[in-house]
Ligand binder design. Sequence first.
Ligand code: SF4
Ligand code: SF4
Length: 560
Amino acid sequence: MQKEYVFYDTVGIDFPLDEAIELVKSPCKGDFLVSNDPEAEAIIYAPEINFYLQHSRDSIANKISTITKLYAIRALGFDFAQDMDYSQEVGNKVLIVSDDANDEALKAELREEDFTVMLLSSSIILDVNGHIGSLHVTLKKEDELLELECDQILWWNAPSFAMKQSGVYDPALLGLEGALKKLRDNKGEYHYKNFINYDPSICQYHERRTEICGKCAEVCPTVAILKEDETKHLAFSHIDCHGCGGCVSVCPSGALDYTQMPRIAFAHLSEYFKGATALIIPHKMDLGLIDIPLREGVLPLMIEGEKYLHEAHLLNLLQTSGNPIIFYTDFISKGTGDVIRILNEIFEKKYHKKAIYVCEDSADLARIFESMESFPECMYGINEDGLRKREIFSARLSHLVDGEDLGVLKTGEHVHYGNIVIDESKCTLCLSCVGACNVRALTAHPEDNSLRFNASICTNCTYCEVTCPEEGCLTVVRDEISLKPSWFSQRIMTKDELFTCIECGTPFATVKAVEKIAAIMTPLFGNDAVKLRTLYCCAACKPKVMFKAHMENENKGLSL
Ligand code: SF4
Ligand code: SF4
């Protein structure tokens, strides 16, 4: 049977590998899924396997099982990935934007390669939109606005608005040869992926009357997510998406998921880290620069789009492993930075230990290996299938808090948690807020006419606050997690008795709602006893009361 994993042995390992792994002694090309070396060609090249072997201090037995795990982790990510391949036709029209006269030579060179080339000065370009293969450039020439179309742009020191579009390359950043290679490689068929899944039903921007979210569009470094303010719809341009995952990490509701490593894939992957320490390394980091022995039980986890990690991912890894996480990276996104601070504060409060370390060189890493401590007491597992981001974090954090009161923790600029306060004297239980909340943090309970709230799954979006018709009744408390049991449970915010119709005795509204309407309408109805009576009648009895009074008056008129 064809094996999925191949190990190209360039060092002469002196122990056996798991039987699922094909051992080869020379470069090969097979139908493999994962390899440890690019010379043993496979769909996935996993450099962390050789890295682990070179640096690990584990026993032989542990090495054998860890190497198998490293292959399995990569295979799991591949199996669960939901990315889709797309392609876009890219023609030969190139615009060179430069103020250097020497670029005439470059223009001639590209023309020889069958490109159609235009050369313009940056001073006349007002705007660029569209995407690779279909870029629209707005120019101002002698007081006239012109539109120009091209497939790709080579733009020296391009302004940030231009760099947001796919198909724009800056030789000042990539080097001229690098930028030209891009142009040549893209010509013809340009292939791209869909990195993001989107669920509008829990999006806090989608079709809201006022803008209460849009964090994804704010953090997107390109034009891959744009807000359509008229309709309050998000517009996704997958061709412009770099797959950085920043939007996934800041999305408060979990409306966005990273297709390369969906939440559920990560939950399964973390199982391989039971009792181990995850050393998370983004692909862009150079493994060759880590030149220290790995502490026993440390497992590298190489990831793409490292910005997608959020609080539910990282707490899962901490509670599955019972060990701190080490993030070896030269860049932490704002959302992930907030999450790391929040989790570190929680773990300091609970276990007096640090949860997540960030480092970017071997010396730092060595210091962390010396000082880091396990916390097996935090280990906890849940089935995350079907749960949303906040539900996962809530269940996990609630277990960690475990009945204690660990105080209040401030959340961040990019990761928001909070609470709400309801002024019972003003609430009429109209339930507008329940209708406004699309994540079911606020719920109505007909069995006891109560309004209940679970702070731990509230996204702090404030839409309930702007929807509540009673001024000063509902207030959202921003940016804090109350680390005590009540924050994780459904609390009764207010409740009321039902008012029964004074005609037929059917309950039809809450006492507060009837009293409120009566207070508004009584002065308007003056001394009209019939109208005043209808205020306390159900919908079916109101017209009956009016009709009865009308007939009585008619009859009185007849008898006179
Ligand atoms: S961050 Fe999430 S909830 Fe907010 S607008 Fe974007 S997709 Fe919607
Ligand atoms: S309770 Fe209010 S602030 Fe919280 S998610 Fe629902 S609508 Fe948004």
